[in-house]
Design a protein around this ligand. Structure first.
Ligand code: 5GP
Ligand code: ZN
Length: 113
């Protein structure tokens, strides 16, 4: 399913002029509008899935594969990067379309806030 009301559905199908940094059959990757690190890319499935709680294995795999590809292409695979999938309210998920954040290019803190 693809939703007209969902921002990431609209980006994924090309309705919003956001360049893709990478894509595969089931997922696309684009830069976060408010980057929290020198590398901050979002990876989203092309079809609407609210979160990992609803995602099927094929879409989870496509998102993970693309996130790893982005980390390599952005040059942070060796230095280190973080994959973040904020899920539901306590995690602060603000866009209800599954997305993996690929964050890198600086040292990360632990535990996260
Ligand atoms: P969440 O808080 O749901 O894990 O992450 C949502 C992310 O989407 C945020 O980091 C936010 O900056 C990003 N975002 C929200 N609206 C847009 C947009 O219109 N374009 C892009 N590229 N990123 C967006
Ligand atoms: Zn959507």
């Amino acid at each position: 399913m693809i939703s007209d009301d969902c921002l990431f559905c609209r980006i994924a199908r090309g309705d919003v002029p956001v360049p893709f940094v990478a894509e595969n059959a089931l997922a696309v990757a684009f830069r976060d509008i408010h980057p929290q690190a020198p590398v901050h890319v979002l990876v989203v499935p092309r079809t609407h899935v609210t979160s990992v709680l609803e995602a099927d294995p094929a879409h989870l795999n496509a998102v993970m594969q693309l996130a790893i590809e982005v980390a390599r292409a952005e040059g942070v695979a060796e230095s280190g990067f973080r994959l973040v999938l904020n899920t539901s309210a306590d995690a602060g998920q603000s866009v209800l379309h599954l997305h993996a954040h690929v964050l890198g290019g600086r040292a990360m803190h632990w535990p996260p806030g």
